[in-house]
Structure formats: C-alpha cells, structure tokens
Design a binder for this molecule. Structure first.
Ligand SMILES: O=C([C@H](O)CO)[C@H](O)[C@H](O)COP(=O)(O)O
Length: 185
C-alpha cells in the first residue's frame, strides 16, 4: 500500500471513530472546564503529548491550565479539575493521580477507551473514545494502525473541538489567543 493510501485509511478510521463520541459527554467536559478554577491535564506517553497540546491552547485562551508533572505546575485544590487522557484507563501513575485528586475533593474527568476501567470508575465524568486498546489484538473497533494510535489521534481532535466550544462560549477569537503565544521562540 502507498503511504498516501495509508493516510486515506487513517482518515476513514478517524471519521468512523469520531462520529461515535457522545455529544452529551463532550458538552459535560466543556461545562466542567468553564466552571473550574484551575485545569490540570495528565497523560502518559503519546496520550501525554496530546494532553500538552490541549493545555497549550487553554493557556492561549487565558485559562489557568497546567500539565501535571511540570516543575512549575501548582497544587491541585478543591475547585479544580484533573482531566486524565488514558486509552486503557489503567496506567498506574495515572490511577494514583486520580485517587489523590479525589482525596483532595477536586473533580476528575477521563478521556478513555474504557469508562469501566479503574480510572473511569474513580472519575466524576468519562468521555469514551471508541477505539482499539493499545495492547489488545482483538477489538470491536478495527484499525490498521499499531497500538493506541487511533485513540491518540482522536484524542487530539476531540481536545481541539473542545477548545472551539470553549472559545465560542467565551467569545474568543484566534487572533486574541495568538497574543498569548510564546514570543521567545
Ligand atoms: O505512549 C503510549 C503508547 O505509544 C500507546 O500507543 C500510550 O499513550 C501510553 O502508554 C499511555 O497509555 P494509556 O494511559 O493507556 O493511554
């Protein structure tokens, strides 16, 4: 298969996956973001890269958003939300983080393939991305891509659509956001 044919197949997979994401779940996450004082996002590996992209755009919108684990990230408090990006919902460091956040009485949301996972059960809100798990050979969701790639790509697109919804509610324009972009690049 040619590389551009792979590209077209990835696009098909993304279309099939994204149309199964619940509008209700996505809107609940938008509402939680708007009402939270600070927003913390965590993820491991490639899911963590998508989490960082999401936090960057929230920073551009002027929200108090942080990547968990960075040296300059402050402490989580009661009126804050921790958003975890985890396909499996079982990544050990993220399970501990979710438990700690619940202990601090913060809200916990997870974007995951498995709302029935350990993190899914701890969370106040789970947004399901129906995709093949990174370690599963068999799945109801077919993909030609390795491991959790389909989940991780869908995660980035879901996060970018959440950004658009928050921009709309806050009546923010892209140009205003660019004013907050790093200028020491
Ligand atoms: O980096 C990852 C891997 O390449 C899977 O495609 C995962 O994002 C990482 O292992 C974290 O896993 P999840 O918490 O299950 O997303």
């Amino acid at each position: 298969m040619k590389t551009t044919q792979y590209l077209a197949e990835i696009e098909n997979e993304l279309n099939r996956t994204i149309e199964l994401i619940s509008e209700d779940e996505a809107e609940k996450l938008v509402d939680h973001i708007l009402k939270s004082k600070k927003i913390f996002v965590a993820g491991a590996g490639r899911s963590g890269f998508m989490a960082k992209s999401f936090v960057m755009r929230m920073m551009h919108m002027g929200l108090d958003a942080f990547v968990v684990g960075e040296t300059v990230t402050p402490g989580l408090e009661k009126d804050d939300i921790l958003i975890i990006a985890s396909g499996s919902g079982e990544t050990k460091s993220l399970v501990s983080m979710a438990e700690k956040a619940k202990g601090l009485e913060a809200s916990v949301a997870v974007v995951t393939i498995s709302p029935d996972s350990t993190i899914g059960k701890i969370s106040d809100l789970a947004i399901k991305i129906p995709a093949k798990p990174k370690a599963g050979a068999d799945s109801d969701y077919k993909t030609i891509q390795p491991m959790g790639s389909l989940f991780e790509q869908s995660l980035l697109l879901l996060f970018d659509s959440i950004i658009l919804s928050v921009m709309e509610q806050k009546e923010l324009a892209g140009q205003t956001m660019f004013g907050r972009h790093a200028n020491l690049e």
